[in-house]
Design a protein around this ligand. Structure first.
Ligand code: SF4
Ligand code: SF4
Length: 381
């Protein structure tokens, strides 16, 4: 099936009149992100990727969870707030789709299904457009992805080599069903899709095994010196998923909400009694990289970095995860074995004071993501 490029606007106009809310890459003020399609929107399908990732469609930056209070008879109530509107995310990149796969692992697997993520995910239709000109910061092909393939997307488009159309393919039943609504704008046929490759390449060979032995390596202290702990890397990252929970009380009623948090902030691990296992910068920087490249793989069998390059582009001090991977790759370290990891590598519970600290308030997502011996926030992001 083919979608001619001159039919794209007609298709978007049509989809936006349906039941689902349609989100597309757009320029909004000084930034770019997935925005609700409608009059006046500045679509940005030409961007390699949006500055802000699409994760807020599933995991909003601030999300109401419950309303609570007393009803007219004085009976207490707690009402969960679930947003289960149908949503179409049109124009995701393959790395964005891979990041949604990571989020699905955290919020939907290992015996735990997040009650606020689940309905949003079930009602989301994902439409990926393959990349034709990756940025110099893109390295998805080194992280198990590909610029022209998103096998878990509902629908995948790829620009044809003549630049006039997209090939259209459904990967899921949901995608197949959705395509029946595209028929006025598509035609039968096949095109030759563009296959682009990332110029930025890193080798992940042996990186996980080396990181298994590197908890106390002096490299972390040197790397961390550069970091100004602004948290930008975690906010622009499509896979960072940690949150804090707060509440607004108004007399006899109130709301609980969750909002994105960042492991780069010292307050992130601050516990009751003012104990803080990561008060210093080095353990926070180390945690971020170990979670991306090591701990997540321990639990889910895949990296938590999809190679989108957003943090590489936006870190104000150029603390570059690809340079770190190269540096680790060049280190002459013995490979870790399960035995050496179990006995030699300190875990979060080895941190001074970890055992006598009062338990942290644990978020569900963080708990689901945590190796068993750690507190929730130790492995948050
Ligand atoms: S964006 Fe860079 S400086 Fe800011 S917290 Fe992340 S690594 Fe540190
Ligand atoms: S760590 Fe950086 S490159 Fe990797 S997914 Fe997050 S923002 Fe993208």
């Amino acid at each position: 099936m083919i979608l001619a490029k001159d039919q794209l606007t007609g298709l978007l106009d049509h989809l936006s009149t349906g039941q689902a809310r349609l989100y597309v890459p757009a320029r909004v003020d000084a930034t770019s992100r997935f925005a609700l399609y409608g009059p006046g929107i500045k679509t940005a399908f030409n961007l390699v990727s949006t500055m802000m990732p699409p994760k807020d469609l599933l995991f909003p930056q601030t999300q109401k969870m419950y309303r609570y209070g007393f009803d007219a008879e004085g009976v207490p109530f707690i009402d969960p707030v679930h947003d289960d509107d149908e949503v179409i995310a049109f124009g995701l990149r393959p790395c964005d789709m891979a990041s949604i796969d990571c989020m699905d692992e955290v919020f939907l697997t290992k015996g735990y299904a997040d009650e606020f993520y689940t309905p949003r995910r079930e009602k989301l239709l994902t439409v990926v457009i393959g990349c034709t000109a990756p940025a110099e910061t893109c390295f998805c092909s080194s992280m198990g992805g590909a610029t022209d393939a998103a096998p878990t997307a509902d629908i995948q488009l790829n620009e044809t080599t003549d630049g006039a159309a997209y090939t259209v393919k459904a990967h899921t039943e949901k995608g197949e069903a959705a395509l029946s609504d595209w028929e006025t704008f598509t035609s039968d046929g096949d095109g030759d899709p563009i296959k682009a490759s990332c110029s930025l390449v890193v080798s992940m060979d042996g990186i996980k095994e080396k990181l298994d032995t590197m908890y106390d390596h002096p490299l972390w202290e040197r790397i961390a010196r550069k970091c100004v702990t602004c948290g930008t890397c975690t906010y622009v990252c499509p896979t960072c998923h940690c949150f804090d929970i707060g509440q607004n009380n108004r007399m006899k009623e109130g709301e609980r909400f969750r909002s994105w948090d960042s492991c780069m902030f010292s307050s992130y691990t601050l516990m009751a009694g003012h104990h803080n296992p990561r008060a210093d910068k080095m353990p926070r920087v180390r945690q971020r990289f170990l979670h991306k490249l090591c701990f997540f793989e321990d639990r889910y069998g895949r990296s938590l970095c999809v190679g989108c390059g957003r943090c590489v582009e936006k870190c104000p001090v150029a603390l570059d995860i690809t340079e770190l991977i190269d540096e680790i790759g060049a280190l002459d370290l013995p490979s870790a074995t399960d035995a050496s990891r179990a006995t030699d590598v300190p875990r979060a519970t080895d941190a001074p004071g970890a055992t006598d600290a009062p338990p942290a308030v644990a978020s569900a997502a963080s708990v689901a993501d945590a190796p068993p011996a750690m507190t929730a926030k130790e492995v948050g992001a």
